[in-house]
Structure formats: C-alpha cells, structure tokens
Design a binder for this molecule. Structure first.
Ligand code: THU
Length: 129
C-alpha cells in the first residue's frame, strides 16, 4: 500500500490547528491512513481537571469508529510546530489495538513499525490464552 506521508502530515497539522490545549499549550495533531484508504485525524482535548485530558490519538480512534471502523495502516502525529512527535506510551497501546499487521509510524527517528515502538505488546490475543 502506497503511503503519502506528506498528505498524512498535512492532515495531522490541520487537526493540530483545532486542538484544545489551553493548559499545556502543547497542541498535538494525529492522522492515520486506514487499510481501506480513508484518512482520519484527531487533536488533543484538555480539561481543567488536568488528568482527564484526551490525547490526539484518542480522538483519532473515535473518528476511526465514527467513520466505519477498520484497521490502521499508517500513522503520523505532529507537535505545535508541525514536527513529528513520538506517540506517548499509552497511545502506542491504543494504536496497537487498531493497527493492521506491520502498521507504519512516522517518528522523530524515521519510519518505524508498530512492533518497533511497542515491542512484545499486550493485546487482545493475550486475553484468550
Ligand atoms: N499528547 C498527545 O495528544 N499525544 C501524545 O502522544 C503525546 C502527548 C498531548 C497530551 C497533552 O494534551 C499535551 O500533549 C502535553 O502533554
């Protein structure tokens, strides 16, 4: 599957511009390509009760299901300068759940697979052992 990283990054930047991050002042945008060719995105949404803030990846996963579900083939997220950002640990787990085999991520250290950024992941299959 051909991945247009520029298009994905542009989508993440557009989402980042809609972030609600008045507390950290650290807007984040995320975008992903689904295996059926949709581009979905999300932005972080913080809360006055700081710990309740939602990462950009949370709203991306909501959009994944709102637009028909499926699996993620490629993912990119950006900071407020539009530069690549490593997804936080919690969000790597969130992405893993919905990743297609070998999902690619644009990171600060190049294109990586989901397995590389979350080795030996716990996942749905572990619940059936
Ligand atoms: N943030 C994300 O949205 N995704 C990440 O993967 C890293 C962190 C947000 C959470 C918080 O609103 C802000 O960045 C600062 O931590």
């Amino acid at each position: 599957m051909e991945i247009d990283w520029v298009e994905l990054t542009d989508s993440a930047k557009a989402a980042m511009a809609k972030a609600y991050a008045p507390y950290s002042k650290f807007p984040v945008g995320a975008a992903a390509l689904t295996t059926d060719g949709r581009i979905i995105s999300g932005a972080n949404v913080e809360n006055a009760s700081y710990g309740l803030g939602l990462c950009a990846e949370c709203s991306l996963v909501s959009e994944l299901f709102r637009t028909g579900g499926g699996k993620l083939a490629a993912f990119a997220c950006v900071d407020g300068n539009g530069e690549p950002l490593m997804p936080c640990g919690r969000c790597r787990q969130l992405l893993y759940e919905h990743s297609a085999e070998g999902m690619l991520l644009q990171t600060t250290v190049g294109i990586k697979t989901i397995q590389e950024v979350l080795p030996e992941a716990f996942g749905p299959e572990d619940l059936n052992r």
